[in-house]
Design a protein around this ligand. Structure first.
Ligand SMILES: *[C@@H]1O[C@H](CO)[C@@H](O)[C@H](O)[C@H]1NC(C)=O
Length: 311
């Protein structure tokens, strides 16, 4: 009879970000622009690293992987959200909801581990420059990637295992613009407290844990650089500040989201920020300060434009 309970709620209704039609139109324009810009920026990063032999180094491979993940991340949430912004009745099927949660958590997990790999890469490059290529060898890079996907997948499956069989029989209105797990669980008609605790423990612990590891590694790198050289310090600091900015932008909203006891209105907007702005900002933060990357992007753009003209 468990299955019967399920079928009572076959879809969820999103309340969206706001009731105001004007603000929704504004958000529609705003998020379409940012979504397109982020697709272009991140695809260009992936293409540039793939095609430019100058950029075949661990740092750029990791950067391209981050861009690839950002492409996926915004695509799980943005198209549906943008479409919903101009719809009165915003609904998602039960299955759609589960699929969204599944991908959001895999991708979130992968992104966290990739950021750690990037921090480690910078640590080796800055603190052990002579051993950089022996430590960050192709096998190491692949191991980081495999670990990232394994951790992302495990994290996501563990959360979903609890959610898939929850009985949803009553209210089906989510005060959100995507299937957000903490809010979804509150709708189940059972004692949801243990589950909420599980989600906070799983997602919250993971984000706080990884965030702390990252911040500590960056502090160690900065202290090491400061001790050893004064000339390299400002250059290293500029690279590191780009990394730290991305880390804070990504984790800030997440930590608030999963460790705050009950959903608030603010976290909807933080989630919007994480879904729309962070994937857009990443390529800019990393590439705009990087001469090598900028030059390579120009070459790829010129090549692409030339190619289109011929064909
Ligand atoms: C991710 O990194 C691996 C290994 O460093 C590399 O072979 C691969 O091309 C990268 N993926 C993307 C999408 O750039």
């Amino acid at each position: 009879m468990d299955g019967m309970n399920h079928s009572v709620v076959s879809e969820f209704v999103f309340l969206g970000l706001t009731n105001s039609w004007d603000i929704q139109l504004l958000l529609f324009v705003f998020s379409s622009m940012f979504y397109m810009a982020s697709m272009m920026g991140n695809s260009l990063t992936v293409l540039t690293v793939a095609f430019d032999p100058h950029l075949h180094s661990p740092m750029y491979f990791l950067l391209a992987n981050l861009s690839f993940i950002d492409l996926d991340f915004s695509s799980v949430i943005c198209p549906k959200m943008i479409y919903d912004l101009v719809r009165k009745h915003k609904v998602i099927s039960f299955r759609g909801c589960i699929i969204q949660i599944f991908f959001i958590h895999i991708i979130g997990g992968v992104e966290m581990v990739l950021l750690i790999a990037m921090a480690f890469d910078r640590y080796v490059a800055i603190c052990k420059p002579l051993h950089y290529l022996t430590i960050m060898n192709p096998r190491m890079c692949i191991s980081f990637l495999v670990a990232a996907w394994m951790i992302g997948l495990t994290h996501s499956v563990v959360q979903l295992a609890f959610v898939v069989n929850l009985p949803f029989c009553g209210p089906n209105v989510l005060d959100s613009f995507y299937c957000d797990l903490p809010r979804l669980i509150k709708l189940a008609c059972t004692d949801t407290y243990p589950l909420e605790l599980m989600v906070t423990a799983n997602s919250g612990f993971m984000s706080v844990g990884f965030f702390s590891i990252l911040i500590i590694s960056y502090i160690i790198i900065i202290l090491t650089v400061q001790k050893h050289s004064s000339t390299g310090f400002s250059k290293a600091l500029s690279t590191l500040s780009a990394h730290i900015t991305v880390v804070v932008l990504f984790f800030g909203p997440l930590i608030f989201f999963y460790t705050w006891p009950s959903p608030t209105h603010v976290d909807k907007f933080l989630a919007f920020f994480d879904a729309v702005l962070t994937p857009f900002l990443n390529p800019f933060i990393y590439t705009l300060r990087n001469q090598e990357m900028k030059a390579a992007m120009k070459r790829v753009c010129r090549w692409l434009v030339g190619h289109w003209k011929i064909s």
